[in-house]
Ligand binder design. Structure first.
Ligand SMILES: [Zn+2]
Ligand SMILES: [Zn+2]
Length: 295
């Protein structure tokens, strides 16, 4: 039986509900359904972001402080790149998370370095987000980044419709599920793995920061360092002449984004593979997304 998504709470409301106590679409987790998928504005901003704004040093500093975009936009960033970027190097030749791997390699290295330096009682400060999500600031109108996309013939509505099919993303998640299933944070699911490879995600570490002993920290850092190395190998596989990636390396971007943001999106899209099952690609879960800590 596949692991089930833990539902620590639920958020009422949906798109178009924008009152002071009601969430907008941007407060909802990303999922492949019309109530939770990407707005045209989100795809416009993310597509521009992928086209170079991430290299802006000011944005890069904010991304490090905030540990990347918020949960919704971290996965949205991956979806937008994977769905819309058609041409690339390596075995797939496109529809692959290259920029995502660049960003999360940087974030993993930064996190690992800072956690190693910090004393135990201050570790939770490093794990918490500082600042705001760049994408939220733009689409919510708080601080427009004035991203401009210069591609001729660009039609944001068509790109959003294309991105929201999520067909390449779902294929990635299905294909890599045998490798990421054993890594799912035990607090993100009601049926945690028993392989011993799983570690708590960053949001759940923040919630349970008193448990972050030196022993736990070492396990976390070992996993982060391993995923960093695999992400680097995955990046290499997406460059001209790069060595083909292994299945574990293909799954590294899922583990990295999930560690920073929680496992809700992959668990919503694809049921994880149980420990005692062979490589069964499964089918789309009917589990609805629910709230999880976004610290
Ligand atoms: Zn956001
Ligand atoms: Zn978790």
């Amino acid at each position: 039986m596949p692991m089930q998504l833990r539902r620590p709470g639920s958020r009422a409301g949906g798109p178009g509900m924008t009152g002071p106590t009601e969430p907008s679409r941007y407060d909802l987790p990303l999922a492949p359904d019309p109530d939770h998928d990407l707005s045209v504005d989100e795809v416009r901003v993310l597509w521009s972001f992928i086209h170079g704004d991430i290299m802006n040093s000011q944005f890069r500093a904010r991304l490090r402080a905030h540990h990347g975009p918020c949960e919704r936009h971290a996965w949205a960033y991956a979806v937008t790149e994977i769905e819309l970027w058609e041409q690339g190097a390596g075995r797939r030749g496109g529809h692959q998370p290259f920029d995502v791997a660049v960003l999360y390699t940087d974030l993993l290295e930064e996190m690992s370095t800072r956690l190693r330096r910090q004393r135990r009682r201050r570790r939770d400060r490093i794990l918490r987000r500082d600042g705001t999500c760049l994408i939220c600031d733009d689409v919510r109108g708080r601080q427009p980044t004035r991203f401009v996309v210069t591609h001729a013939g660009f039609d944001p509505a068509k790109l959003a419709a294309e991105a929201n099919r999520m067909r390449y993303t779902i294929a990635w998640l299905r294909e890599t599920a045998p490798c990421w299933s054993p890594l799912v944070c035990p607090d993100c699911t009601d049926q945690p793995t028993t392989t011993g490879a799983a570690i708590r995600c960053r949001p759940h570490l923040v919630l349970h920061h008193a448990d972050l002993t030196d022993h736990v920290l070492h396990s976390e850092l070992d996993a982060l360092d391993l995923w960093t190395a695999r992400l680097r190998a995955l990046l290499g596989s997406m460059t001209a002449g790069g060595r083909p990636s292994t299945p574990e390396e293909d799954a590294a971007w899922v583990a990295a984004v999930a560690w920073f943001n929680g496992w809700r999106f992959p668990l919503t899209v694809v049921p994880p593979i149980p420990n005692d099952r062979s490589r069964d690609t499964g089918s789309r879960s009917t589990t609805r997304p629910s709230a999880s800590p976004d610290q």
